[in-house]
Write a protein that binds this ligand. Structure first.
Ligand code: GLN
Length: 238
């Protein structure tokens, strides 16, 4: 795309997966584009409306167990949207959003439920909730350390077609001991990225926001230093 046309950011199901304020990721992406003179629009796509399939970026957030089962079915009923999420768009899915993009999520009663199958992973419940601050070393080149908070009951096991987004330095993350070893956090495959980090993750980690924007626009973006964000990173990462 050219940087003259507006970058469309589709915020999927903010009314269903809005518990952890991950909708702030849309604001961060749009603002980082506008600060660079690139027009951007956030398209909010609640459950009652048919979502657009032509966005450059899609976002899914975290939510409660019942809400995420609804969201998984909503996605599976929209194959055109699922095709768009897998590319050409860039997709960022957080926590419940990450879990529902996998093959299955097993509910608290031990019942496996189908996900959208866009990421090669499966999630089952852990004994207790993983809550608190989390720090990872992001495995994407140049992104560095990521900080966020986690609040989930999922253990996520990646298959061969997904790689972790980061390696856990503090906190729990995926909580599995799968083929990628212990300490994996999140998942990535092609242009889909998933993470357990709330914050919102892109507010705390502008380098990850810019990685997604560079991919979505196909353009090198100008450096951007935001004093408040630098202070926030020092606060969480030292
Ligand atoms: N309900 C899911 C879990 O507890 C996801 C939670 C979340 O999105 N923070 O694992």
């Amino acid at each position: 795309m050219t940087l003259d046309s507006s970058v469309r950011i589709g915020l999927l199901l903010p009314d269903v997966l809005g518990t952890y304020a991950d909708g702030g990721n849309a604001t961060v992406l749009a603002q980082r584009l506008r600060w660079r003179g690139v027009p951007a629009e956030v398209l909010s796509c609640p459950a009652s409306e048919e979502p657009p399939t032509g966005c450059e970026i899609y976002l899914l957030g975290g939510g409660e167990d019942a809400a995420q089962l609804f969201a998984a079915d909503w996605l599976r009923e929209r194959p055109a949207l699922c095709r768009a999420l897998a590319g050409p768009a860039v997709t960022l899915a957080v926590c419940a959003g990450l879990q529902i993009l996998g093959h299955t999520l097993t509910d608290a009663a031990g019942q496996p439920r189908p996900g959208a199958g866009l990421l090669d992973l499966a999630t089952r419940p852990r004994a207790g909730r993983a809550t608190g601050e989390i720090t990872t070393e992001c495995l994407l080149p140049g992104v560095g350390r990521l900080s966020g908070f986690e609040n989930h009951r999922g253990v996520t096991t990646l298959g061969p077609d997904a790689r972790p987004l980061g390696r856990v330095l503090r906190g729990v993350g995926n909580g599995d001991r799968g083929r990628w070893g212990r300490g994996g956090e999140g998942a990535r495959a092609g242009r889909i990225f998933g993470t357990y980090l709330h914050g919102p993750v892109l507010a705390r980690n502008p380098a990850l926001a810019d990685h997604l924007l560079t991919l979505a626009t196909g353009s090198e973006l100008a450096e951007l230093e935001v004093a408040d964000q630098a202070a926030l990173r020092r606060q969480y990462l030292g």
